[in-house]
Design a protein around this ligand. Structure first.
Ligand code: GLC
Length: 663
C-alpha cells in the first residue's frame, strides 16, 4: 500500500507516474521535524536503498547526501555520488517500510550515524513523502517500482561487451581495438568514442582530421557487428559560428545568471553554456541534435558531465585570480598555505556557483540549487524523447552519468568515475541491488576501474563479476595504463571470462526483461530471497542474479578462492578454459570454494535450472534457441524464458515467455 504525504509546496520532478491522493499527516508513521523526518530504528533493522551511493548494501551507520556530484576520487568517506536516489527500504522483524522523498533539491540521510537507532532525513520544507508498506522487501520494491514506472530497456546488442577508453584518438585506433579483440578470440559488440572524436569538444560535431571517414567507419564497424557509442557532454562550447551555440544563444535556451546573461562555465572545451534542460523548448531542441549522429548510423550514446560538473565559473575564476595575488611573496604558513590551496581547489563544482544560475522550469524562474538533482535526468530525457520522435520503433542505447529517480524510464546509468581499486569492484557489486530498487536495471561500472592503473588480475576479477551486469564496459581514464583485454599476457583467461558472458546471455537477458516488465529486482541481496535467515540478511558480498543463481565474486588480490554462505543447497557451475564444468553440491552453511583466476563461478539453486547458449563473438552470433539446461537437484522447476527480437519496442510477457523444462 502506498501513501503520499505532502510537505510545503514541492517542485515537480516527474519521478512518480500517478501521485495518488494526499494522506492526512495523522497517519504518518515517522516523526515530522522542522526540516524533515525522524524514525527510531530497532537494532536489527536493515536499511536498504539509496541507489548509487557508497558503502554497504545495508546503509546503516553512515550519512549520505543526495546531491549529484562529480567526484572521481570517491571512497568510503564520500557522501554523494553522481546520482540522487531518495528511496529507502527499512526492513525489520515483521515490518517492511519503503520511503521515497521526492524533491529535486539536496536531501541528507543520517542513517544511524549521529545515533545508532535514529534515522534522520533532512529535506527542507518542500517535498512529497511516499510511504510503502508491504510484507516482504521484494514486495515493497515492486510497489515502489510500479509507482515510478517501467525501467528503460536497451537493445539486445547492448548486453554484449563494450570497450572504451578516454580516448581512442582516430578511426584507425578504433579499428585496431576491434582487431585486437577479434584476433585473440575475445567477443566484442561495441567501442566507445570519448570526447576526442569531437571537433574541439563540441557536442554533435566530428573531428574531421582524426575521424575523416567517420560515416565509413560506422558502417564498416556495423559489418563487423560493432556499434560505436559516442559521448555527449552537458556543456555547449561558446564559439561564434558553431551552430549549436548560436542557435541556443539566439533562442535563449541557455541557463542564465542573476542578471539574465548566459551563465558561462568551464568544462572540456573551455568556456561553455548549459542548455536549460528543464525548459521544455530547450529540451526538445537539444534532443533533436542527436539526429546529427543518428543520421550517421549511430545507435547508442552516453551522456556525461551532467550533474552538471563545473570546472569553474567565469565569475569565480576571476575572483580567485584576484585573490591569489594576495599570497604572492608571503611566507605561507599552516593557515595561509591551506587557504591558498583551497582557493584553487574550490573553483570546481562550487556550491555557490550552483546558487548563481537559473532555469526556466514550467514558466518559472528557478534557482539551480533548488532543482540541482534533475539536471542529468532532464538532459537524458531530452535525448530519449527525441529518439521516440525520430526513431519510434527502434531501441537506442542510452545511459547517463547523473540521474534522479524517474530517469530510469528513459535510460540506464553507469556508476561514474571509479578507480582501479579492489574496493571499487566490491562497491560495484553492492550498488547493483540498491540501484535495482530505484528502477535502474541497465547499469554497470567502469570495469577495471577508470582512474589509476589496473593490474591484469584486477581486470580479470572485475570482469568475472561484470559478466553478470547488464552494462558490461571496460573503460579507463587518460594517462592510465591501457587495460583492453588483449593487451595483457593471459588472454586465454579473458577469453574464458567473456565467453561465460555470451553463454549466459539468454538467461541474463531473460531475467533483465522480466525484471523490467514485472518491476522486480534482477540483482537481489540474499536477505530478499531468505528474509528470515539472519545470516543471509547480513551477507554483503554475494548476490542473486535473477531467481535461479547466486554469485560470490572474488574481490581481493591474490586470493584463489573465498568463503561462501549457502542459504540452501546449491550446485557450483564453473566456466573454465572455454568449457562448462559441473562442480560440487554445497549444503546450507559456510564453505570455502576454490575460484582460480579466470574461472567464472555460479551457484544454481536447488530445484532450479540455468539455460546456457554456446556463446559467440558478438551478440548476433549467439543462438538464443540452442540451449543446454544445467540443473541442481532432482525436482527441477520449469523456467520462464523470455525472448524477443531485442530491437523493436514490442515487449510483452504474454507473447514472449516460453516454458523451459529440464529432462
Ligand atoms: C568523465 C567521464 C568519463 C570520461 C571523461 C572524459 O570523467 O565520467 O567516463 O571518460 O569524462 O570524457
Amino acid at each position: 500500500m502506498v501513501k503520499r504525504f505532502r510537505f510545503g509546496a514541492p517542485i515537480e520532478t516527474e519521478a512518480v507516474l500517478e501521485k495518488g491522493a494526499q494522506q492526512d499527516k495523522q497517519q504518518l508513521s515517522l516523526v515530522q521535524t522542522a526540516d524533515g523526518l525522524e524514525y527510531e530504528m530497532p537494532d536489527d533493522m536493515i536499511v536498504y536503498g539509496l541507489g548509487e551511493n557508497t558503502r554497504g548494501i545495508n546503509k546503516r551507520g553512515w550519512i549520505y547526501v543526495s546531491n549529484c556530484t562529480d567526484n572521481p576520487h570517491h571512497n568510503e568517506g564520500t557522501r554523494s555520488l553522481y546520482g540522487a536516489h531518495n528511496f529507502l527500504l527499512l526492513s525489520g522483524e515483521g515490518q517492511q517500510l519503503g520511503l521515497f522523498i521526492d524533491t529535486p533539491a539536496k536531501v541528507t540521510f543520517d542513517i544511524g550515524y549521529s545515533r545508532y537507532n535514529l534515522l534522520r532525513i533532512t529535506a527542507g520544507q518542500d517535498y512529497d513523502l511516499y510511504v510503502i508498506e508491504g510484507s516482504t522487501p521484494a514486495q515493497v520494491v515492486q510497489e515502489f517500482r510500479q509507482l515510478i514506472g517501467r525501467s528503460y530497456i536497451p537493445p539486445k546488442w547492448a548486453f554484449g561487451y563494450g570497450q572504451s577508453r578516454w580516448s581512442y584518438l582516430s578511426s584507425d585506433e578504433v579499428r585496431e581495438v576491434v582487431r585486437g579483440h577479434r584476433e585473440k578470440g575475445l567477443p566484442l559488440d561495441s567501442v566507445y568514442l570519448d570526447i576526442d572524436y569531437m571537433e574541439r569538444y563540441k557536442d554533435f560535431t566530428v573531428d574531421r582530421e582524426q575521424f575523416a571517414d567517420f560515416e565509413q567507419l560506422v558502417s564498416e564497424m556495423k559489418q563487423e557487428h560493432i556499434h560505436l557509442v559516442p559521448i555527449i557532454d552537458a556543456g555547449v562550447k561558446v564559439e561564434e559560428g558553431y551552430d549549436v551555440y548560436e542557435e541556443g544563444e539566439k533562442e535563449g535556451y541557455f541557463c542564465k545568471d542573476e542578471e539574465g546573461n548566459d551563465f558561462i562555465v568551464g568544462v572540456w572545451p573551455g568556456r561553455c553554456c548549459f542548455p536549460d534542460m528543464l525548459n521544455d523548448k530547450a529540451r526538445a531542441w537539444f534532443g533533436n541534435k542527436y539526429k546529427v549522429l543518428l543520421d550517421k548510423g549511430i545507435d547508442g550514446f552516453w551522456n556525461d558531465m551532467n550533474e552538471p560538473a563545473v570546472f569553474y565559473s567565469e565569475k569565480r575564476l576571476k575572483k580567485v585570480f584576484e585573490k591569489l595575488q594576495d599570497y604572492q611573496g608571503q611566507n605561507l604558513d599552516v593557515n595561509t598555505f591551506f587557504e591558498f590551496q583551497a582557493l584553487a581547489a574550490g573553483v570546481s563544482n562550487n556550491e555557490e556557483d550552483y546558487r548563481s544560475f537559473y532555469h526556466n522550469y514550467r514558466g518559472e524562474k528557478i534557482r539551480h540549487d533548488k532543482v540541482h538533482n534533475l539536471f542529468g535526468y532532464y538532459m537524458t530525457r531530452s535525448a530519449s524523447e527525441a529518439f521516440e520522435r525520430l526513431e519510434p520503433e527502434k531501441r537506442i542505447l542510452m545511459y547517463s552519468r547523473s540521474s534522479y529517480i524517474g530517469m530510469h524510464r528513459y535510460a540506464g546509468i553507469w556508476q561514474g568515475d571509479n578507480l582501479s581499486w579492489w574496493s571499487h569492484l566490491l562497491m560495484n557489486l553492492k550498488m547493483m541491488p540498491s540501484l535495482n530498487m530505484c528502477g535502474f536495471l541497465y547499469t554497470g561500472a567502469d570495469i577495471g576501474g577508470f582512474g589509476g592503473d589496473a593490474t591484469e588480475d584486477l581486470v580479470i576479477r572485475w570482469l568475472s563479476f561484470g559478466v553478470f551486469t547488464p552494462l558490461l564496459r571496460n573503460h579507463a581514464a587518460r594517462g592510465t595504463r591501457q587495460q583492453e583485454a588483449y593487451r595483457f599476457p593471459r588472454t586465454n583467461l579473458f577469453q574464458n571470462v567473456l565467453t561465460a558472458r555470451y553463454c549466459m546471455l539468454p538467461y541474463l537477458y531473460s531475467e533483465f526483461m522480466k525484471a523490467a516488465l514485472r518491476s522486480t529486482m534482477m540483482f537481489s541481496p540474499l536477505g530478499f530471497v531468505y528474509p528470515s535467515d539472519q545470516t543471509a540478511r547480513q551477507v554483503e558480498d554475494q548476490l542473486f542474479v535473477g531467481e535461479n543463481i547466486m554469485i560470490a565474486p572474488v574481490y581481493e588480490q591474490n586470493a584463489s578462492g573465498r568463503t561462501v554462505y549457502f542459504p540452501e543447497t546449491m550446485k557450483l557451475l564453473r566456466f573454465h578454459d572455454g568449457g562448462v564444468l559441473e562442480g560440487s553440491v554445497y549444503e546450507k552453511g559456510w564453505a570455502y570454494v576454490e575460484m582460480p583466476l579466470g574461472d567464472v563461478c555460479v551457484f544454481i539453486r536447488d530445484g532450479y535450472l540455468l539455460p546456457l547458449a554456446k556463446g559467440g563473438s558478438h551478440v548476433a552470433e549467439v543462438d538464443f534457441e540452442d540451449l543446454r539446461l544445467y540443473t541442481c537437484g532432482s525436482d527441477v522447476k520449469s523456467y520462464e524464458y523470455y525472448m524477443d527480437d531485442g530491437e523493436t519496442k514490442d515487449y510483452s510477457l504474454d507473447k514472449y515467455i516460453r516454458i523451459l523444462k529440464a529432462e
